[in-house]
Design a protein. Structure first.
Length: 190
């Protein structure tokens, strides 16, 4: 997985996965690991993590503006109403990941979120946030899944969500600040 820490050209020590990419650096410094709340924001994160499965997060990050455009800002009510013409439109859009199963899952997941009470997705997801644990000192201490991500995945699947496996849910928990996996020595590891 590479080095655990990396000091950038700016002299700041960051988690090593950031590398030298400016967009990754901004994402790490301003978003990753910060508590994210709100049904719409979490639906977007859930959707993008699903699209990321099998790909680099940087690929998704670079395509995120276009994803936001074509998925109506990830408004669950609007996305849930997408039909066959929308699916074909999305499959033809080179600015996103053109995977039929992932597109259909996003539309289906949107319908589930639309039918939930306001704040229910937020409360549900955060109810699986584990108690803080010791900070990882190296990448090899960061798990791919945890009992909490496995439980969240099971509950979401029980409710009908798709592309919500335990590894994908752990990545979501990290990025949405439900767990803090900034490596010891990273300037954000406080």
């Amino acid at each position: 997985m590479g080095e655990s820490l990396r000091t950038g050209e700016d002299g700041v020590a960051r988690c090593g996965w950031v590398g030298d990419d400016a967009e990754y650096r901004r994402y790490h410094d301003e978003e990753w690991g910060r508590p994210l709340h709100g049904d719409r924001a979490l639906f977007e994160k859930l959707s993008l993590e699903g699209f990321q499965a099998g790909l680099s997060w940087l690929t998704i990050l670079r395509k995120r503006p276009r994803f936001r455009e074509v998925f109506a800002g990830f408004d669950p009510a609007v996305v849930a109403a997408f039909g066959g013409d929308d699916v074909e439109r999305l499959l033809g859009d080179t600015g996103i990941i053109r995977n039929r199963a992932k597109i259909l899952a996003t539309i289906s997941n949107a319908a589930i979120v639309r039918d939930m009470h306001r704040g229910e997705l937020d409360a549900l997801m955060w109810s699986f946030a584990p108690a803080p644990s010791p900070r990882p000192r190296a990448f090899d201490e960061v798990p791919a899944t945890t009992p909490a991500s496995e439980a969240l995945s099971r509950e979401l699947r029980r409710r009908g969500f798709r592309f919500v496996g335990p590894t994908t849910m752990y990545a979501l928990m990290q990025s949405a600040g439900m767990v803090d996996d900034h490596i010891e020595g990273c300037f954000l590891a406080v």
